[in-house]
Each structure stands twice: as structure tokens, then as C-alpha cells.
Design a protein around this ligand. Structure first.
Ligand SMILES: Nc1ncnc2c1ncn2[C@@H]1O[C@H](COP(=O)(O)OP(=O)(O)OP(=O)(O)O)[C@@H](O)[C@H]1O
Length: 560
């Protein structure tokens, strides 16, 4: 873990580590100084003064180093928090867009909040006690040998047993925890789903009876929790017994030496105090085991994200020269099995192509390949005459505007949400784009007009309204090619007309690739591409294809 942290933080962690080691050694020295002090107190009390002075100095030094070490630990923890946020942010900006599935986004949001805090906790709160757990007892044993090598050796002999039982109990807890962690994560997901899907669950009476899926997840969480206790407790009990037995063995050995006369009573007392101190830091480390595992788990999950391969960028990028899109014998699958199979199609500049086909036929996947959410398995996708793999992400995104169904609006004003598409746009340009997408009509009914905030995700707007804001963004961005996933949700008449007008404004003089769900869009298309099971099975204008009959005509008959 230290190696992983060092790779992230460079030498900063070394300073915190050094302070922790020095503090632990000083703590060990302070403990050992109790031996000569007790000896003196039982023999000639005035001899205790120099040792008390040494203890005072060691105590002060320990305090100073501890304080500096704690500050260094917090600094490293804070630095780690910033570094991880930056690294994750930087890395996410170069990951393929296809990486961001809803599940991954959920995972990342938990990771950047709780996970990263857990990792930062390691240098801030765990490093010092863990170092102390090893270094302080080692110092104690070493220095104890100066006073009585036999007791030191006896104490040292218990170390492997203590270490072994610590490792074994840790393994038991770790194994048992795996199930609990998974069950807890699943239960949390179900609770969130339960909250999000109240309308559906209530309308189907599942909130009164109890939603079986949530009940099962909570029952599993409870069972795993019980299993954790049953499996982990024996290890913890064994560890406690071993530590107590080790202490008792040293005590018996010391008493044996004292009875035999080779160890004075004050020495025995002092050494026993030391032996008790020897086990104290180990106890503390055992308590921190759980927190350490959480930190390590979170660090591994951060590392997994950082290790996800970024979208490869070309070494000599080529600038797009035209405004058309071409798929050439494209095959692509998400998990090995192809969902787009040998698709070839050409979308000429400033024309409109409607992708039509049954659910799951690969329409969305095709548009995502054009925007390079993923790289094709074979064949090529050319945007502006250049293979998307031969231009930089900036060049590709400069060519495209993406208008998808799941429009996300930031909790800000509509004006700022539109301006996001082109931060350097003048106010007049933003108003013009809003007007063309008929967003100004939405503004007119909002309580604070242009100043109204739209709520997280744009929840205060309807689906059709959100798509109009998204179209306004695309108009403002003014990229030559538009990739559109038309809203499937039924729109009211007013919204339907407004979206149609907004689209008309967007597509004038632009190339449009649209996943079309409405007949009105399809009849306006210069070319309809009919997809079935990942293959293009018909291409032409809508009326031609209808006249031709066959599966395309059947598809529209079925759709109505
Ligand atoms: N991220 C993904 N991981 C794995 N499989 C996926 C993923 N996205 C889509 N698929 C699968 O790929 C196939 C094509 O899906 P795609 O979304 O491209 O179809 P579609 O024609 O757009 O469907 P719809 O009209 O229902 O949106 C489907 O079988 C789908 O289950």
C-alpha cells in the first residue's frame, strides 16, 4: 500500500513515514526508561533523577515529533485527496465516452466521495499507529536486552505467534467481509431504486406488501452481517488469547527467574511493565485493521479507474476536411459478440439520414461509434473524411454536436446551461440559439425568467423541454455534423411542434444522423437506413422503402 501511495504522492509520504518511525522509536525509548527509573526507586531513589530527566527529554521529543508527524500526515492526507481528485478527473477526461455506463458513473461517484476520503485517511490517521505497532515493540525488545537479555528474548519469542494469529484473524475477517461489502453495496443500490421508482412500485401495490427485491437484498445483508460475526469472531478471540498468553508466559518466565534469584523484584516489575507496553501498540494496530482494509480496497478501486486504458490518440492527427460521415464495413460488439455487423453507409454533407429499426438493432451503437465512444472491432468510421482514430478528441468533438435523449442540465439558469456549449459565446448568440430552439417560450413561463435555476439534472423541465435546451446548445456550438437520438417519450402537441421547429433550425445547413422514432422525422429524411440485428437491410427514401414493401413497410405498420 505504501508503494502504491508513494507512486501517487512521490516523496511526500516519506517525510510522514520518517516522522512516524522516529516517534515510534522515541515512544519505545520512553517505555524502556521506566526500567532504570523503577530500579532506582526500589533501590536508591536519588539515582532516578538522571533517568527521569532522560524520560522528560524523550517525552518532549516524542511530543514534538508526534505533533510534526501528525501535521505531516494531515498534509499528506490532504495532498492525497487533491491528487486523487485531480488524477481521477484528468483520467476521466481521456477515457472513452463508452466507459461511462450508469453503473460506472454510480461507482465513480461513490469513489470520489467516500472512497477517496478512505484513502486519504490512511496517511492522516492510520500510518502512525501502524508504524508504531511494529517499530515501538521492536525498540522495546532491543533496549530491553540492555537490561535483561533473557526477558527480551522471551518477549521476542512470542512475536511470531502474535504475528501469525494477527495474520490469521485478519484473513478470516477479510474473507468474511467480502460477502458483507457486496451485500451492503447491493442493499444500498436497491434502497436507491426503491426511492427512485416509488410511482411504479406504489401503482403496483409493492410498497404495502413490501418490494420483494429490496426485502431480499436487506435479508442478504443481515445474513452476511451474521456470517461476518460468526466467521470473524473466532479469529479475534484467538488473537486476544494469544496476546494474553504471550504476556502470561513472559510473566511466568520473569517470576521463575525472580524466584531463582537471578532477577531482582524491581527488575521483574519494571520488565513486566515493559512487556505490557510491548503489546499495547499491537492491540491498537489490530483495531485499525478494518479501517486499513477499507483504505486499501478504496485505493485499489481508484487504481482500477486510473488503469482503465484511455482513448488512444493519434501521434500525427489529421484534420477533418469535409462534413460527411462514412461507415465502412464496421463490426463492433460490447463483450465479444457483435451487435453491429459489417455496416457500410454514407451520410453526405448537409443531408439528413434517419436510422430506423427495431429495439436492439444497433442504432444507438452506430451513433456512438461515430462519436468514438468506442473503437470499432473492424472496418472504419470516417467523420469529415478522416478515420475517427486518426484525429484528436478535440478535432472530432469540434465536428460533432450530440443531442441525446438523456439530456443533463446543470442546476443553473437555462442561459448558463446553453452557454456551456460555447463558453466564449456572446449573450446575443446565446439568446439567438435559445430563440431558434424555441427555448424562449419555456423561459416565459418560468417564475424568474432567464434567472430561474432548473434544479439538479434539469428536473423542473419536461423531457421535451430539456431536449429543446440540448438542441439550443447544439445550435450555439454550431458544429457541422449533428448526431441526434430523437426523444421516444410521447410529447404534448405544443412540445412536439416546438421540438420539430428546433430540429429544423438545427439541421439547416448541417449534416444530421438521427435515430428517428417519429414518422414525421423519417419522411423528411434524405435517406432512411433500416437496421435489423446489427445489419443494414434496406436503404432509401421512406416512400421508396414503403413502396418496396417487405420488412420496412411491416415495421411501420407494426409501429402504428
Ligand atoms: N453498454 C452496453 N453493454 C453491453 N451491451 C450493450 C450496451 N449497449 C447496448 N448493448 C446491446 O447492444 C445491442 C444494440 O443496442 P443499441 O442500443 O445500439 O440498439 P438500439 O437499436 O439503439 O435500441 P433502442 O431502439 O432500444 O435504443 C442490444 O442488444 C443491447 O442490449
Amino acid at each position: 500500500m505504501i508503494r502504491q501511495l508513494r507512486a501517487l504522492l512521490g516523496s511526500d509520504i516519506n517525510t510522514a513515514l520518517l516522522y512516524a518511525v522516529v516517534a515510534a522509536v522515541l515512544q519505545g525509548i520512553a517505555f524502556v526508561l521506566l526500567v532504570p527509573i523503577l530500579r532506582a526507586l526500589f533501590g536508591n531513589p536519588s539515582d532516578a533523577w538522571p533517568w527521569l530527566g532522560a524520560l522528560f527529554v524523550a517525552g518532549i521529543a516524542y511530543g514534538v515529533v508526534f505533533f510534526r508527524g501528525a501535521l505531516a500526515g494531515y498534509d499528506v492526507g490532504g495532498g492525497l485527496l487533491r491528487t486523487l481528485h485531480h488524477r481521477l478527473g484528468d483520467h476521466m477526461s481521456v477515457l472513452p465516452l463508452g466507459w461511462f455506463t450508469p453503473a460506472r458513473v454510480g461507482e465513480v461517484s461513490t469513489l470520489v466521495s467516500q472512497g477517496v476520503m478512505g484513502v486519504a485517511n490512511a496517511p492522516a490517521h492510520l500510518l502512525r499507529p501502524l508504524v508504531s505497532a511494529f517499530v515501538t515493540p521492536a525498540t522495546v525488545v532491543l533496549l530491553m536486552a540492555l537490561f535483561d537479555w533473557r526477558i527480551a528474548l522471551a518477549t521476542l519469542a512470542t512475536a511470531p505467534l502474535i504475528a501469525l494469529s494477527y495474520w490469521w484473524s485478519g484473513r478470516l475477517v477479510e474473507r468474511a467481509e467480502r460477502g458483507t461489502v457486496i451485500a451492503s453495496a447491493q442493499a444500498s443500490t436497491r434502497v436507491v431504486e426503491f426511492a427512485q421508482n416509488q410511482p411504479l412500485l406504489r401503482s403496483t401495490g409493492q410498497t404495502d406488501r413490501g418490494w420483494a427485491t429490496l426485502d431480499a437484498a436487506l435479508a442478504k445483508q443481515r445474513d452476511e452481517g451474521r456470517k461476518l460475526i460468526v466467521k470473524a469472531v473466532p479469529g479475534m478471540v484467538l488473537f486476544a488469547i494469544v496476546v494474553q498468553l504471550a504476556f502470561a508466559a513472559v510473566l511466568l518466565f520473569g517470576t521463575y527467574l525472580a524466584v531463582g534469584g537471578s532477577l531482582s523484584t524491581p527488575d521483574l516489575l519494571a520488565l513486566l511493565v515493559l512487556a505490557a507496553r510491548f503489546v499495547e501498540p499491537i492491540w491498537m494496530a489490530a483495531d485499525l485493521g478494518g479501517a486499513l482494509k477499507l483504505s486499501r480496497g478504496a485505493l485499489n478501486r481508484v487504481q482500477d479507474v486510473l488503469d482503465s486504458p484511455p482513448l488512444p490518440q493519434p501521434s500525427t492527427p489529421k484534420a477533418p476536411t469535409t462534413d460527411d460521415v462514412t461507415f465502412e464495413d464496421v463490426t463492433f460488439g460490447y463483450n465479444g459478440s457483435a451487435v453491429v455487423k459489417g455496416v457500410s453507409l454514407h451520410v453526405p454533407a448537409r443531408s439528413m439520414t434517419a436510422l430506423v429499426g427495431p429495439s436492439g438493432s444497433g442504432k444507438t451503437t452506430l451513433t456512438k461509434l461515430a462519436a468514438r465512444f468506442f473503437d470499432v472491432d473492424s472496418g472504419s468510421v470516417r467523420v469529415g473524411g478522416v478515420d475517427v482514430r486518426e484525429m484528436t478528441t478535440e478535432q472530432l468533438m469540434g465536428q460533432l454536436s450530440l443531442v441525446f435523449q438523456d439530456v443533463y442540465l446543470f442546476d443553473d439558469t437555462i442561459f448558463n446551461n446553453i452557454r456551456l456549449a460555447k463558453p466564449e459565446a456572446t449573450d446575443a448568440e446565446v439568446f439567438a440559439a435559445a430563440g431558434a430552439a424555441r427555448v424562449d417560450e419555456i423561459i416565459a413561463r418560468l417564475p424568474d425568467g432567464w434567472q430561474t435555476r432548473v434544479g439538479e439534472g434539469g428536473t423542473s423541465l419536461s423531457g421535451g423541454e430539456r431536449q429543446r435546451v440540448s438542441i439550443a446548445r447544439a445550435i450555439l456550438k454550431d458544429a457541422p455534423i449533428v448526431v441526434l437520438d430523437e426523444a421516444t417519450a410521447a410529447l404534448d402537441l405544443e412540445n412536439e411542434a416546438a421540438v420539430r421547429d428546433a430540429l429544423k433550425a438545427l439541421t439547416t445547413d448541417r449534416t444530421l444522423v438521427a435515430i428517428a422514432h417519429r414518422l414525421s422525422t423519417v419522411v423528411n429524411a434524405d435517406q432512411v437506413v433500416f437496421l435489423e440485428d446489427g445489419r443494414v437491410t434496406a436503404t432509401g427514401r421512406h416512400d421508396e422503402l414503403i413502396q418496396r414493401g417487405g420488412r420496412y413497410a411491416e415495421f411501420w405498420k407494426g409501429a402504428r
